[in-house]
Design a protein around this ligand. Sequence first.
Ligand code: ADP
Ligand code: MG
Ligand code: MG
Length: 363
Amino acid sequence: TKKHILVLFGGASSEHEVSLMSAASVLRAMDRSRYEVLAAGITPEGLFELYEDQAGINTNHWEGFPYRRFVHDPRRPRLLFSPGDGGVYLQNEGRVQPLTVDVIFPVLHGPFGEDGRLQGLLEMCGIPYVGAGVLSSAVAMDKGIAKRLFHQAGIPQTPHVEIRLDPRQPAIHEAVNMVESRLDYPVFVKPANLGSSVGISKAVSRDELENALRLAAAYDPKVLVEQAVDAREIECAVLGSRNPVVSVPAEVLPSHDFYDYEDKYFSGTSQTQVPANLTREMTERVQQMALQVYQLLECEGLARVDLFLERNTDRLLVNEINTMPGFTHISLYPKMCEASGIPYSQLIHRLIEDALEKESAVA
Ligand code: ADP
Ligand code: MG
Ligand code: MG
């Protein structure tokens, strides 16, 4: 019998639109002869609504620019989660009925979907899901905590400071003084919990730093300021839970000042190179570090590990790990897997199998 796979997309994070683009690609690539595919959108306010069943998913309009949001529609059946009794229900015109779901594939980026909160809900409901568990998701999403663990494990990274800013009354001047006493310009300023470069800016002066701190704090009161590195950006895909495999590395060649939101998804002017042009020795070092980072955070399912290769020193630094990396047609995670012999639809299949295997290991 066919497995019932529920794909989740959208969500209450600033990466809502990115998720729609990722989910469009995932839904299109899913093998319908093998799976019953269900798709549910999470509205920006957090409602789970059944979008379409396998009959008529039309996700073409989700791709590329201009992008969209998944908006609340009271006529759509709502998903209800019920911890302790096996699951997920559909509420339709006042009636509630159980929904058969074998695996949930949360194609969600950023807070709520990628940071362990959704994973906790699914664990409570006993529904297997694709990707990292509660702890790994949460730690990977919080760049500050992840960096503390990288440091403790002796994995090289750029110097940085963590700052907590009161969103209503941010003590910007104190923060600027603190940063200036610890780091040199240029610096990168980031919300601690986010992705897709949302809220990130580069600052070369006190003025720019002030603005950058305000912007980042609008997304997350916890802000990270990092010493900018002069480096090549190298990424690596990791796939699997018990015996994870590492892909060939890729390189990002940003067209803007850095790899920003626009560049990642819309302008299409940034270039990527898969595989990255690296020596065999460097390729191995990259793969080793990617696997080390993945295992340090006890990741499962998949993750993309992003590294910096310093231009002058050839030093390899860890930048971050993403437990639900972009899955659009121009995204690097699928491209790296493809270049390593795992085509897109095969990748989806492996992720679903991985989720089911983990489940049977627990049972
Ligand atoms: P996100 O989770 O939003 O992708 P990143 O930490 O990867 O956040 O930062 C986004 C981009 O900003 C990176 O891909 C890189 O281009 C640039 N960047 C981030 N930190 C630094 C840094 N310390 N030095 C140089 N560039 C950086
Ligand atoms: Mg990220
Ligand atoms: Mg990144």
